[in-house]
Design a binder for this molecule. Structure first.
Ligand SMILES: Cc1cc2nc3c(=O)[nH]c(=O)nc-3n(C[C@H](O)[C@H](O)[C@H](O)COP(=O)(O)OP(=O)(O)OC[C@H]3O[C@@H](n4cnc5c(N)ncnc54)[C@H](O)[C@@H]3O)c2cc1C
Length: 370
């Protein structure tokens, strides 16, 4: 079967790996000219590590990742609100892990033995035919495929072509991310919650910590925020243990700023074009489910197309089986994002007395196998 994957991010590489494990070698095109993930850190809840285990990559990931045995939530003043034993909660799936994005991408890429990735190329046009697609690439070449998989992220070109009316929507948060020396000695996932603001730090190596800071702002004022804002001033109401990380941010820090967006289109399939990962269902990062959902998509899509002689039926099964889980994650993310906008005298007690049960409630459905 001739399959084109557009995008060599987590979803595209994981899908190529899942296909290779089943004896299919796809083509991949990647828009970027140079290999290597930009970026910061990645937290993987247990369902993500289960998916990586099914891709045969977990042993290599655990060699470079930091195991996260607890998720601690503190008030902006440093009072502990709750502390989840993630090792126990995710025991049936696998460990929660944190690592650098660059390590994640190179492990996924090294996991491909026969698939080659064509860099600096993309799709310009896709012509649907009854049993496949004719694809015109950016370099002018035209090729025929039985299936085109859009794994090209939140600004997906494939989605623009197949679903022109679907576009990302602002979620109400702007965020900053960077990697720093772990001067505060954070040894597990630690978040501090203030009014409309979160500071999160996750160790990703023995000496480095991944820091994520977000701020809930309306769309009408979101344009005022950028990567050059003074984080020390913006998060000045926060105290230890995490405030020193933004206070001591060196001027040369590689700071990543984004307006957080999500994509909700429900049906990710149009004839012989299907979307996976962020192209299909990017969500706010408040559940840290992006990589996990992308890998689950990859595993299920490879399974259904290899186990069903009829590709169209296989794609219908794929969308049907994924829709419920993905929309659950979207709903939970939206609820978590809304909670951030509550005054701290409401969110504090809520997280203190109900935080653990809210965590279990929102993640429990993801313990189930896909
Ligand atoms: C602030 C923030 C924090 C996050 N934290 C976490 C976390 O801790 N844990 C977690 O699991 N998830 C997290 N996520 C989500 C996670 O990063 C994404 O869900 C995940 O990267 C999606 O992978 P993807 O392969 O679908 O898309 P991407 O990673 O965006 O990869 C898409 C690939 O396609 C390529 N591409 C784009 N357009 C084209 C084109 N036209 N032609 C060819 N190639 C193209 C891109 O260059 C890229 O290589 C976070 C997201 C945000 C915004």
């Amino acid at each position: 079967m001739r399959i084109l994957i557009v995008g060599a991010g987590i979803a595209g590489l994981a899908f190529a790996r899942a296909l290779e494990l089943r004896g299919i070698v796809p083509d991949i095109v990647e828009r970027r000219a140079i290999w290597g993930a930009k970026g910061t850190g990645l937290f993987l809840p247990g369902n993500a590590s289960r998916a990586f285990s099914q891709l045969g990559l977990l042993p290599d990931i655990t060699k470079v990742a930091v195991p996260i045995r607890h998720q601690r939530v503190l008030s902006h003043r440093g009072e502990e609100l709750h502390n989840i034993n993630t090792e126990r909660f995710w025991a049936a799936c696998g460990p929660c892990l944190a690592l650098s994005r660059a390590d994640m991408h190179s492990l996924l890429r090294r996991g491909l033995e026969r698939t080659s990735i064509e860099m600096s190329n993309s799709v310009r046009h896709i012509r649907q035919e009854p049993d496949g697609c004719e694809v015109t690439f950016g370099n002018g070449e035209t090729k025929r495929y039985e299936l085109v998989v859009g794994a090209d992220g939140i600004r997906s070109r494939v989605r623009q072509i197949a679903f022109p009316s679907a576009s990302p929507a602002y979620t109400g948060n702007v965020c900053w991310r960077f990697v720093a020396e772990n001067v505060v000695g954070v040894d597990s996932w630690t978040a501090m919650i203030g009014r409309r603001q979160t500071l999160l730090a996750i160790p990703i190596s023995p000496s480095k910590v991944y820091v994520y800071a977000d701020h809930a702002v309306n769309l009408s004022t979101a344009w005022k925020y950028s990567g050059s804002i003074n984080l020390e001033r913006l998060f000045s109401k926060f105290s230890g243990p995490l405030f020193p990380l933004v206070k001591k941010l060196p001027p040369q820090a590689d700071l990543h700023f984004s307006h957080i967006e999500s994509v909700s289109i429900g049906d990710w399939r149009k004839k012989r074009v299907v979307l996976i990962g962020d192209a299909a269902h990017a969500s706010s990062p408040s559940m840290a489910e992006g990589a996990g959902l992308a890998c689950e998509d990859a595993l299920l899509l490879a399974k259904v197309i290899c186990e069903n002689a009829n590709v169209d039926e296989a794609l219908d099964i794929f969308v049907r089986q994924r829709e419920r889980r993905v929309s659950w994650v979207h709903k939970q993310c939206a609820a978590r994002d809304r909670m951030r906008t509550l005054p701290t005298f409401i969110s504090g007690p809520l997280l203190k007395y109900f935080g653990a049960s809210l965590y279990e409630r929102s993640y429990r459905p993801l313990l189930a196998q896909i």
